[in-house]
Design a protein around this ligand. Structure first.
Ligand code: SAH
Ligand code: SF4
Ligand code: F3S
Length: 437
């Protein structure tokens, strides 16, 4: 019986890919262990979105260099694998398998090659038509299930490695998504999160030809499914029908993650984002005009080459205007193969750091204000767990806010249940409350 360990970096697509890889390995007769020390096969499912993320895998591998002699096999999966390819064997000679996400369907064959003594096995082809789906997927979370509906990216944002690391866009048929959703519901999951680099660019390749809004609505009507989330949406492909679907179907969570990257149309053009500030804000207006209160979150990059103080001020003004519920913000990181690598006028690290700090502090104040408005309200939560240190249950609202709450009268198991909670306090990153039913 061979043992394996897997550590996953990066986005939810990677997390879900690892669930599929684990399922595939278990089916091949491997046993999963909790530490790399115990494992014969060590997998790192990697992320390359920023330089820091890429460095993580090499520092992990460095740690284990000496272990190589002890019969461990190291495998690098994911976006760094696809980006660096065979160069990984030079950088880390104890690695013997390098495989990108578009080649995971071939993993069983690649593992056989390893077993027969091949020391440098690769799966790096990007020209796959299919997406990697397996009925064997071993899901980590007992309540929320991820479903990939579209892989890859056909955009070409000037800063981004994803089109190179994940290949061109491929959508699954609506029938196969619906079948997986129904199976998930039968298995007892109540929440589904639809995944894609640009989830709303989904185009059903079957004759049914569902668009994303239709698929979203139908998944929300699968018996047993109480919540549907989706991430990440690209503003260019964000249509009004998505907002209409959320308004009409209470199972669709009222939260949209819509990355803006910058509040300056000039910077957006340089980034090749395919929309202006005004076009982005028109999408925000649709959401603000909805009947349901839709929480909105975003991603921001500060310090893209050529970003002036005035551009940055426009991003701050956009944060004030939209009033986001949360923001993921990053310093621009130069990435291999990307068009922005060639741009002059790079911003100094120190200046990027200064802008990031200002932006994060500004957003913190916005979130304090936004969240304070929830005090006194009744919110439905899916209970995700219990925090022994604080004695509080951890819940999540439809709007994707963490709501920690106390329950008088002990600890009967609430995990996985939907409960009503009265919000009593609010902080910048979470709400607190009391159980009422
Ligand atoms: N497809 C999604 C983004 C996926 S990557 C979209 O287009 O919105 C997740 C986030 O990482 C991006 O939204 C961006 O904010 C950030 N990011 C991507 N490349 C980056 C880079 N080179 N430097 C800093 N942040 C980056
Ligand atoms: Fe990257 Fe742009 Fe594609 Fe998003 S849309 S994954 S930022 S290239
Ligand atoms: Fe990272 Fe690849 Fe996801 S670069 S963010 S793991 S698509």
């Amino acid at each position: 019986m061979k043992t394996f360990y897997i550590e996953t970096f990066g986005c939810q697509m990677n997390a879900h890919d690892s669930e599929k890889v684990v399922g595939t390995l278990l089916n091949q007769g491997y046993t999963q262990v909790a530490t790399p020390e115990e494992a014969e096969l060590v997998f790192y499912n990697t992320c390359s979105i920023r330089d820091k993320a890429e460095q993580k895998v090499f520092s992990r591998l460095q740690q284990f260099k000496k272990e190589n002699g002890k019969g461990k096999t190291f495998a690098v999966l994911g976006c760094v694998a696809q980006q660096e390819g065979e160069r990984i064997f030079e950088k880390a000679p104890h690695v013997s398998l390098v495989c990108g996400s578009a080649s995971y369907t071939k993993l069983p064959q690649l593992l056989v090659q390893l077993e027969t003594g091949n020391r440098r096995v690769t799966g790096l082809s990007l020209d796959t038509e299919d997406t990697f789906e397996t009925p064997l997927t071993r899901r980590d979370n007992p309540h929320r299930a991820y479903i990939t509906i579209i892989e890859g990216c056909d955009k070409s944002c000037a800063y981004c490695v994803v089109p190179f690391t994940r290949g061109p866009e491929r959508s699954r048929t609506s029938a196969s998504v619906m079948q997986e959703a129904a199976e998930i519901a039968r298995a007892g999951y109540t929440e589904i999160q639809l995944l894609g680099q640009n989830v709303n660019s989904y185009r059903d390749p079957s004759p049914a030809a569902w668009d994303f809004a239709t698929l979203l609505d139908r998944v929300g009507r699968v018996p047993g499914i109480r919540r549907v989330r989706f991430t990440t949406s690209h503003p260019r492909d964000f249509v009004r029908e998505i907002v209409d679907a959320i308004d009409a179907n209470p199972a669709l969570c009222n939260h949209v993650h819509l990355p803006v990257q910058s509040g300056s149309s000039r910077v957006l053009a340089g980034m090749q984002r395919l929309y202006t500030r005004e076009q982005y804000l028109s999408r925000i207006e649709w959401m603000k005009a909805a009947r349901r209160p839709i929480a909105i979150s975003t991603d921001i990059i500060v310090g893209f080459p050529g970003e002036t103080e005035a551009d940055f001020e426009q991003t701050l003004a956009l944060l004030d205007g939209v009033g986001y519920d949360s923001v993921f913000s990053f310093k621009y990181s130069r990435r291999p193969n990307t068009p922005a690598l060639e741009l002059g006028d790079q911003i100094l690290e120190e200046e990027k750091g200064r802008r990031l700090t200002i932006l994060q502090e500004r957003q913190r104040q916005i979130q304090i204000r936004q969240n304070a408005a929830y005090v006194g309200r009744l919110e439905e939560c899916l209970v995700e767990g219990f925090n022994r240190a604080t004695g509080q249950w951890i819940g999540r609202t439809s709007q994707n806010k963490t709501l920690n709450f106390l329950r008088a009268g002990g600890e009967s198991d609430l995990e996985g249940r939907y409960v009503e909670v009265r919000v009593t306090r609010a902080g910048p990153n979470s709400l607190a409350g009391e159980y009422v039913n």
